[in-house]
Ligand binder design. Structure first.
Ligand code: DX5
Ligand code: ZN
Length: 227
């Protein structure tokens, strides 16, 4: 069994879009591990966000790995564009096209980490059949499309089942959770076997980003000494 440290990936969707450069700098300074980027097309999900041009603009501003969650269908024609724009991880939904296996192969061939995203109603079998091709499994604990929704408790036993599946496989796969993550829900997911968290509202909506990130990790905030 591969034991991972807890990762926190703030979701840019909840940031102040008029000051994205400042928000990215602040979140990096606050101790974020990855930056989660929610790409929405108004077709696969009922909301529109941003595309590769925003990744490209932000890429030189931070060393944080870009965890790119594609809520677009089809995704295949855009994988190379997101890779070129600076994505480090590219995560697809199996419902986004008829050949998710090929999409994951394509992401790996682009030299990026591949992720599979499971909606609250997506059977876990989708992950089971493609474990050898994924670096990250992302469990949606809300229906995708919007930040600020309530955590769906029924995802906890699914996280536990995925943990058993990953451990049995021996594959080195991160188990990430996205939607309604805060200091109350993250520990429930950690207990079930999750090791990585997307958090939008709970981080960007907090007055102290560092404290919010630490609270999701389940650790007291580490504040820099006053000058
Ligand atoms: C929802 C997105 C999430 C969202 C999370 O479709 O995938 O990443 O930004 O937002 P919160 O943490 O506010 O639920
Ligand atoms: Zn997301």
């Amino acid at each position: 069994m591969v034991k991972h440290s807890v990762i926190v990936a703030p979701s840019l969707l909840a940031a102040d879009f008029a000051h994205l450069a400042d928000e990215v700098a602040a979140i990096e300074h606050a101790g974020a591990d990855w930056l989660h980027l929610d790409v929405m097309d108004g077709h696969f999900v009922p909301n529109i966000s941003f595309g590769p041009v925003i990744l490209k603009a932000l890429r030189p501003l931070t060393k944080l790995p870009f965890d790119v969650h594609l809520m677009i269908a089809p995704a295949d024609p855009y994988l190379a564009a997101f890779a070129e724009a600076g994505a480090d991880h590219i995560l697809i939904h199996p419902e986004a096209g008829p050949h998710p296996h090929r999409s994951l192969q394509h992401i790996r061939a682009l030299g990026k980490k591949a992720g599979l995203v499971l909606n609250p109603g997506t059977p876990l079998a989708h992950a089971e059949t493609m474990l050898d091709l994924v670096d990250i499994i992302l469990v949606m604990s809300v229906n995708p499309g919007f930040g600020g929704q309530s955590f769906i408790d029924s995802q906890i036993p699914r996280i536990a089942a995925l943990r058993r599946m990953i451990d049995a496989s021996g594959c080195d796969i991160r188990l990430e959770v996205d939607g309604g993550i805060d200091p109350r829900t993250a520990p429930l997911c950690i207990a079930a076997g999750a090791d990585s968290f997307v958090a939008g509202t709970a981080v960007f909506g907090a007055p102290d980003y560092a404290a919010a990130i630490s609270a999701i990790r389940g650790k007291p905030a580490v504040h820099e000494p006053a000058a």
